[in-house]
Write a protein that binds this ligand. Structure first.
Ligand code: ATP
Ligand code: MG
Length: 378
C-alpha cells in the first residue's frame, strides 16, 4: 500500500477521522512523513480533529499510534476554577520545569519523543541511562511513559533542582498508546513503584473545598524554593488536569524572555503579567506584599534586557549557552542536526571531557539591538 492510500484508507479508520481531513492535512504539510535511524512514521505537526499535534504513527511492521501529549489548561483563579472544573477530590502533583518527553517501545527499540513528535537522540539515550525501562516495556508494550527531563545539563530547559542536579527524569503520566487514555493516579503510582520508576511528587489529595487554600500555600512555598508550581488532577484522570504556577516561575520566564527581547519578549510578556495580577488578587496581598511582587516583576523585565544590550554593545551575539553530556563529537553533531530540524540555530563552542558546550543564537535580538545601538529608529 502506498503512503497516500494508507492516509486515506487505513489511517482514518484507525483514528476515527474523516479521510478528507487527513488528506488535507497531508497536502498542507501538517501531516508529515518522518524518518530517521529510530523510526519511520507519520508526524502530526498540527492537530487533526481530536488527534493532538505531536501524535506519531509508526509505520514499522506493526502500525503503532503514540498520541500527542494534550495541552494542560491554566487556572488564574483557583477557588472558582476548581469548584466548576472538578468533582469531589483533587490530587495535587508538583509541576516540574523541564521538557515534556514521551517514551514508548517501538519494536525493537525504546524511543523518546519530545513534545512535537520528534525523536530526540539525546533524550532517547539518556532516558535509558537514567531508568531501567526494559522490564516495564516487556510487560506493558501498549503503554507510554510521559514525564519531564530535568536538570541543569539539559539542552532544552535548564533548571536547578537539588534532588536532580545535572540530569534526571520524573514521570507524571502513564497512558495508553492508541487512545492516550491516562491511568488513574493511584494505579499509576503503584505501577511505577512496582518497576522502580521515578514519579513526580504527589503533594496531597484534597476535597475541592479545601484545595484552593492548600494550593495557594503550597505554591507560595514552592516558589520560595525556586520551584514551578502544581498540576491539579482528577484522581481518576477522567477530567482534564489544570495547571497553576508560582510568582517566581513567572518571573524566571520573564527573565529568560527579556534576555532575548526581540525573539521571545512579546510572546511571553502579557500572559505572565496577567498571571501575576490574578495571583496577587487571589492571595489577598497586603500593600507591602504587592509592592514586593511589583518590584520583582519589574526587575525581571528590565535587568536582563539591559544586560543583553550591554553584551551586544561589545559586538557579541545574544546567545544562550548550554552544556550537555556527549560520548563523542558525532553524538553532538547528531543533536545539533536535530535542533536545526526544529528551527533552532545552535553552534558547538567546545567539546571536552565528554561534555559539549553549545550556544543557541538568538538572531533577531542580536540584529535589532545592534541596529538600535547604531542609531536605527524604532
Ligand atoms: P501545554 O501545551 O501543555 O500548556 P506548555 O509548553 O505551555 O504546555 P507548561 O506550561 O510547562 O507547558 O505546562 C504543561 C507541561 O507541564 C506538560 O506538558 C508537562 O510537560 C509538564 N509537567 C510537569 N509536571 C507535570 C505533572 N505533574 N503533570 C503533568 N504535566 C507536568
Ligand atoms: Mg514546562
Amino acid at each position: 500500500m502506498s503512503l497516500k492510500e494508507f492516509i486515506v484508507k487505513e489511517l482514518p479508520e484507525l483514528l476515527d477521522l474523516e479521510p478528507h481531513k487527513l488528506e488535507e492535512s497531508y497536502k498542507k504539510g501538517n501531516l508529515k512523513f518522518y524518518q530517521n535511524r529510530f523510526i519511520t512514521a507519520l508526524q502530526f505537526r498540527k492537530a487533526v480533529g481530536k488527534i493532538e499535534a505531536g501524535t506519531m504513527v509508526s509505520l514499522g511492521e506493526e502500525i503503532q499510534v503514540i498520541r500527542g501529549f494534550p495541552k494542560i489548561r491554566r487556572t488564574l483563579m483557583l477557588k472558582e476554577a476548581i469548584k466548576s472544573h472538578f468533582q469531589g477530590e483533587v490530587a495535587v502533583e508538583e509541576k516540574m520545569n523541564g521538557y515534556n518527553v514521551r517514551i514508548a517501545f517501538i519494536d525493537p527499540e525504546i524511543v523518546a519523543f519530545t513534545r512535537g513528535g520528534y525523536v530526540c537522540p539525546y533524550t532517547t539515550k539518556k532516558a535509558q541511562e537514567l531508568m531501567d525501562l526494559t522490564q516495564f516495556f516487556q510487560d506493558h508494550g501498549d503503554l507510554v511513559i510521559c514525564g519531564e527531563m530535568l536538570g541543569t545539563n539539559n539542552p532544552y530547559v535548564s533548571h536547578y533542582y537539588p534532588e536532580i542536579g545535572e540530569l534526571g527524569f520524573r514521570i507524571f503520566d502513564v497512558r495508553e498508546k492508541l487512545t492516550g487514555k491516562p491511568l488513574p493516579i493511584n494505579q499509576k503510582r503503584e505501577l511505577l513503584n512496582e518497576y522502580n520508576l521515578p514519579p513526580v511528587n504527589l503533594l496531597g489529595v484534597y476535597s475541592i473545598e479545601d484545595a484552593p487554600t492548600k494550593i495557594l500555600e503550597l505554591v507560595k512555598d514552592l516558589g520560595e524554593n525556586g520551584r514551578e508550581g502544581v498540576v491539579i488532577k482528577d484522581p481518576q484522570m477522567e477530567i482534564p488536569p489544570l495547571k497553576y504556577t508560582s510568582s517566581q516561575a513567572h518571573d524566571d520566564e520573564l527573565i529568560y524572555a527579556f534576555k532575548f527581547p526581540f525573539d521571545l519578549g512579546q510572546a511571553f510578556f502579557f500572559s505572565r503579567v496577567v498571571r501575576e495580577g490574578f495571583q496577587s488578587y487571589e492571595m489577598q496581598e497586603s500593600e507591602e506584599e504587592m509592592k514586593q511582587r511589583a518590584q520583582r516583576l519589574g526587575e525581571s523585565i528590565l535587568y536582563p534586557m539591559v544586560q543583553t544590550i550591554k553584551h551586544v554593545s561589545t559586538h557579541e551575539v545574544a546567545g544562550e549557552d548550554l552544556t550537555m553530556d556527549a560520548e563523542s563529537p558525532e553524538e553532538v553533531e547528531e543533536f545539533l542536526r536535530h535542533l536545526r530540524d526544529l528551527g533552532v540555530v545552535a553552534v558547538l563552542i567546545k567539546y571536552e571531557d565528554g561534555k559539549a558546550f553549545i550556544r543557541k543564537v538568538h538572531q533577531s535580538t542580536t540584529d535589532k539591538i545592534t541596529n538600535y545601538l547604531n542609531g536605527g529608529l524604532y
